[in-house]
Design a protein around this ligand. Structure first.
Ligand SMILES: C[S@@+](CC[C@H](N)C(=O)[O-])C[C@H]1O[C@@H](n2cnc3c(N)ncnc32)[C@H](O)[C@@H]1O
Length: 209
């Protein structure tokens, strides 16, 4: 985990805040839209965004009436609230650690994990929490960059990752390995940005335990 801690993330994302939308806005917009379109959720579905940042996904969530957005960085949540106001979207926005969600079991129909699994210090803790708060049959949409399942990073890549994980996001995480700690099923895994380095993945919680 190294320096990738909640304290470090809060600090660096507070610093990145003024330029965050320039870097992660337009360039990822079509993938955000695509991911939301695959949610398979009704307009009144309870939808949770973990590590929601400045709320760049919100414009694609117009029409949904039960949105909850969480992030560990208070400045991100303030910016997200302002965006929700401008879009006239009802969003409950809360500062919260994605590794310890303060919600009851089985409370959401769908969860969005956009650009958070490769950033959060402990992605397995996060996905287990998502599994817990998701209703049986519910869906999770993941949009992030992953190492292909079964591929082992080279020494050079491991070294580069020390910098990448500290300043941007981890480049050596595999979605299959992370999800394998849960009962969630990978239903879809399609290439997105950067020639498929970024993926859009749909997970579903089984109806029966
Ligand atoms: C790359 S940004 C992604 C933001 C947004 N989901 C998007 O798609 O633009 C990563 C976000 O994760 C948040 N974050 C980092 N660690 C977290 C944690 N433990 N729990 C919740 N959010 C966290 C950061 O504050 C930051 O807003």
């Amino acid at each position: 985990m190294g320096i990738n801690t909640n304290t470090w993330n809060k600090l660096r994302y507070t610093l990145y805040l003024p330029v965050y939308d320039l870097v992660a806005g337009r360039v990822f917009a079509k993938y955000r839209k695509r991911s939301v379109s695959l949610l398979q959720a009704k307009p009144d579905a309870a939808i949770l965004l973990v590590g929601a940042g400045t709320g760049l996904d919100l414009e694609f969530l117009k029409g949904y009436t039960h949105l909850t957005a969480t992030d560990i960085t208070p400045g991100m949540i303030s910016t997200l609230k302002a965006r929700a106001g401008k879009l006239q979207l009802p969003v409950k926005a809360l500062v919260m650690d994605g590794q310890q969600l303060a919600f009851p079991d089985n409370s959401f129909d769908a969860v969005l994990l956009h650009l958070i699994i490769a950033v959060i210090p402990d992605p397995v803790a996060c996905i287990k929490e998502v599994e817990r708060v998701l209703k049986p049959g519910g869906t999770v949409m993941v949009f992030d960059k992953f190492l292909p399942d079964g591929q082992h990073p080279s020494l050079l890549r491991k070294l580069l990752n020390q910098v990448a994980a500290t300043l941007f996001s981890d480049i050596n995480r595999s979605i299959g390995a992370i999800v394998s700690h849960t009962s969630l099923q990978i239903e879809l895994n399609e290439p997105a940005a950067l020639g498929g380095t970024f993926r859009i993945v749909r997970l579903r919680k089984p109806l029966l335990p």
